[in-house]
Design a protein around this ligand. Structure first.
Ligand code: MLT
Length: 428
């Protein structure tokens, strides 16, 4: 009957409606985040520009992504490990979640031999960014957080996701202590004015400003953390780009840092591993929570629970990086990108811009005072077909600057310089 079929229809509709209605609330912290993560947002704008200008040969000095082929010695080690997987003798399944013993040893002796870190304090991973997110799991939602302003956006965004912050107030997130770093303070925060927080994220050489902190400054930072009983999460991803002998390449060169600091680092910008993926985090045994429990034990728990170890093929590549031949090739690669940085820095300086960074880091920080940095980004893209990164994407104090990455082929860097000169050369 028609009554029966009407009833059937109503039931079908109700089920259909129900199927589309999830009864789970969104993690409200995700609602606090602004737009997309910085680099995908830049990629979106680049794509839109390309669609509007199909013939444009866009050069990216945006995301710090390596461009040069892997050193052969390092690639060969990975190829050999991959081929070995096809043999009974060479096959391996799960490895230690903390990384292969030989690689932990090699990282400890190569980078921390002079700074007292042992192999069992090194945890190998798929990269610094992922480690920063996992480090946040240890802290939970209660701690307060400080960052350099400007800084790598992952510190703030993961703090927001964890629920450590309030809402965005139009300038920054409530509850985050933004420690301003600008030309006036030589890009090192005035710690006498900084509020005490539980966690301090600090990156040296800094992404995006390119400023490397000196031994005296890092001593001040470690003492500040010790005085306040704060944990320092020290991002050293660009440390090998440091030329200034006055700037330590690891926080553990500073006395007392082992009791307050976790350090993250990566092969990405050293060996062109941005796509290969390999990094590490150092958690000293001497670092303890307020109740005396070692942070090391919790980090081990996080890594064994949430991570299954870095790829065995990639770890073979990492080990090759740290052999004499690999180290030589890795250093040559860093030297190449540093030359790019000098070419960019010289160009902007000659055109009369205020330019920072570039000497101890693969990033150049260029001042466009009084102009919103997203507008400068758009203008450079429009006039030069060059992608940069707007300074404000790194924090409120990044407004008025853009970052140019020195990762690129020499040909592209020289072409970028030509276009910049053509568009902005007549400034003065
Ligand atoms: C950057 O451009 O800041 C870096 O590529 C980001 C990263 O290393 O994740």
């Amino acid at each position: 009957s028609s009554t029966r079929s009407r009833r059937m229809t109503a039931v079908v509709q109700a089920v259909a409606q129900r199927a589309g209605t999830i009864d789970v609330q969104r993690n409200e912290n995700f609602g606090k985040l602004r737009a997309g993560y910085l680099f995908p947002e830049i990629a979106r704008r680049r794509k839109a520009h390309q669609e509007k200008n199909p013939d444009a040969k866009i050069i990216s000095l945006g995301i710090g992504d390596t461009t040069e082929p892997l050193p052969k010695y390092i690639a060969d080690a990975m190829a050999k490990a991959a081929a070995g997987l096809a043999t009974r003798e060479g096959y391996s399944g799960y490895g230690a979640e903390q990384g292969q013993g030989a690689l932990r040893e090699a990282v400890a002796s190569t980078f921390y031999g002079h700074a007292g870190r042992a192999a069992d304090e090194i945890f190998i991973s798929d990269g610094s960014k992922c480690d920063i997110a996992r480090i946040q799991m240890m802290f939970g939602s209660k701690p307060t957080v400080a960052v350099q302003d400007p800084s790598y956006p992952v510190y703030v965004d993961t703090s927001v996701m964890m629920g450590m912050t309030g809402d965005h107030n139009g300038t920054g997130f409530d509850g985050i202590e933004y420690m301003v770093c600008n030309p006036d303070n030589h890009f090192f925060p005035d710690l006498s004015k900084a509020k005490r927080t539980d966690i301090i994220f600090f990156c040296s050489p800094n992404n995006p400003t390119g400023a490397a902190a000196t031994r005296a400054q890092l001593t001040e930072l470690v003492n500040f953390a010790r005085k306040n009983g704060s944990i320092l999460v020290y991002d050293a991803a660009y440390a090998l780009y440091i030329s200034n002998p006055d700037c330590p390449k690891t926080i553990y060169e500073i006395p007392g840092a082992d009791e307050v600091a976790i350090e993250t680092c990566s092969f990405s910008k050293y060996a062109g591993f941005t796509g290969v993926r390999l990094g590490w985090t150092v958690v000293p045994k001497a670092l303890k929570y307020a109740n005396g429990e070692p942070v090391h034990a919790d980090w081990n728990r996080v890594m064994t629970t949430c991570f299954n170890g870095a790829s065995n093929i990639v770890q073979a590549g990492g080990l090759a990086c740290l052999q004499p031949e690999g180290l030589k090739e890795m250093n040559a690669m860093i030297k190449f990108y540093k030359e790019n940085a000098q070419i960019l820095k010289t160009t902007f300086t000659e055109m009369g811009f205020s330019v920072y960074g570039g000497d101890d880091a693969p990033y150049i920080w260029v001042g466009f005072p009084g102009k919103p940095s997203w507008d400068v980004f758009a203008e450079i893209l429009e006039r030069c077909n060059i992608v940069t990164t707007p300074g404000s994407g790194f924090g409120p104090a990044g407004e008025g600057f853009v970052r140019a990455s020195a990762f690129g082929s020499r040909e592209n860097i020289l072409e970028a310089v030509r276009r910049f000169k053509e568009a902005y050369g007549k400034r003065n």
